[in-house]
Design a protein. Structure first.
Length: 343
């Protein structure tokens, strides 16, 4: 699943191609408790239909009204719009605490640059889009990670990165639930399982199913810092193969399902291969935050919550400390393992 802003661009391009006039609106600066961050996109066509958002709704209402009352001005050239300058205006437009919102309004003249941007991002490239507000010209260039939005009244530059990806090893019930949740959060989801009987009968829309061996698949997708990998089969022959390559990759998150005792045993096995201690310590196991998960849906919530926390740079305060277990201790009953998969 693509990010919201990429979907807005795709929608805007489609509208333009079928004959609508379209204006793109980008949040460029915010002060106070603004509801949408810089870079957020909205597409508005000449009949008032919108895609995306720049606020909680009141600003969108005003933008729609502007288009309906003065279409020629809205679709002529780029312009700067400011909302919430005064406290009364901020309240009117749903900007709490006296927030202020600055927007760039940009008529969509052609869709070639959108097609090219979507092509590049679909192949997991980082793209920098620059708009010249004086001429309306759009240029694309290679972006680097960490570049923030730039706006100086004459030029607007915004980076579009590859979609966040989630590779799930194993196509069971938990994977199906986690895939749906991850898609709703903007992740492109891939599921790898060489056991085709696990997924041939229950394929999901917009999920790519891969039948190769897990280690080969991890290498094939070229896991980058926009990729999370989670092993969910509970079969060491499959999970460990994936982890061997995943822990050496640039993936921002690598996790594996299992109890704390099973995680300790897994780390001991990983030491026998060409992984150094730092790479092994990258493993999030047991996978997920400690929220008392019991059902597959609750476990999926805990896993996705941890992935999002790592993605957003949030301290994992809800993580239960990993205890020291002897791999020679009596194995936990299966029911006990299931209860602590995500703890």
């Amino acid at each position: 699943m693509e990010s919201l802003d990429l979907n807005v661009l795709k929608t805007a391009a489609h509208w333009h191609k079928v004959g609508y006039r379209v204006v793109l609106i980008t949040v460029v600066q915010t002060w106070g408790s603004a509801p949408r961050p810089p870079g957020a996109l909205l597409a508005l066509r000449n009949d008032g239909v919108i895609a995306g958002s720049v606020s909680g709704g009141c600003v969108e209402d005003d933008l729609i009204e502007r288009v309906k009352q003065g279409q020629s001005q809205s679709f002529s050239k780029p312009a700067l719009l400011v909302y919430g300058v005064t406290k009364d205006e901020a309240a009117r437009f749903g900007l709490p605490c006296g927030g202020t919102l600055r927007l760039v309004q940009e008529p969509l003249q052609d869709t070639a640059w959108i097609d090219e941007l979507l092509r590049r991002t679909s192949s997991h490239q980082l793209v920098r889009r620059t708009l010249d507000l004086r001429s309306g010209e759009v240029t694309l260039a290679e972006a680097t990670r960490g570049q923030s939005l730039f706006f100086d009244e004459s030029h607007l530059s915004v980076s579009f990165g590859p979609s966040w990806r989630l590779l799930l090893i194993g196509a069971g019930q938990l994977s199906q639930i986690l895939a749906q949740m991850a898609q709703a959060c903007g992740f492109e989801v891939l599921i790898c399982d060489p056991r085709e009987e696990y997924w041939l009968g229950e394929q999901m829309n917009a999920v790519q199913y891969l039948s190769g061996m897990p280690d080969d698949v991890v290498l094939k997708i070229s896991a980058d810092p926009h990729t999370a990998i989670v092993a969910l089969t509970h079969d060491p022959k499959l999970d460990d193969m994936a982890l061997l390559e995943a822990l050496k990759s640039a993936a921002f998150y690598v996790g594996a399902l299992g109890s704390r005792r099973n995680t300790a045993a897994r780390k001991e096995r990983l030491k026998e291969f060409d992984l150094n201690p730092a790479q092994i310590n990258r493993l999030h196991g047991p996978v997920g935050l400690n929220i008392g998960s019991r059902s597959p849906a609750e476990i999926a919530v805990s896993i996705l919550a941890e992935i999002l926390a790592v993605k957003n740079g949030v301290l994992l305060v809800q993580k239960k400390p990993m205890e020291e277990y002897s791999v020679n201790e009596k194995k936990e009953p299966l029911a006990s393992q299931l209860l602590c998969m995500s703890q």
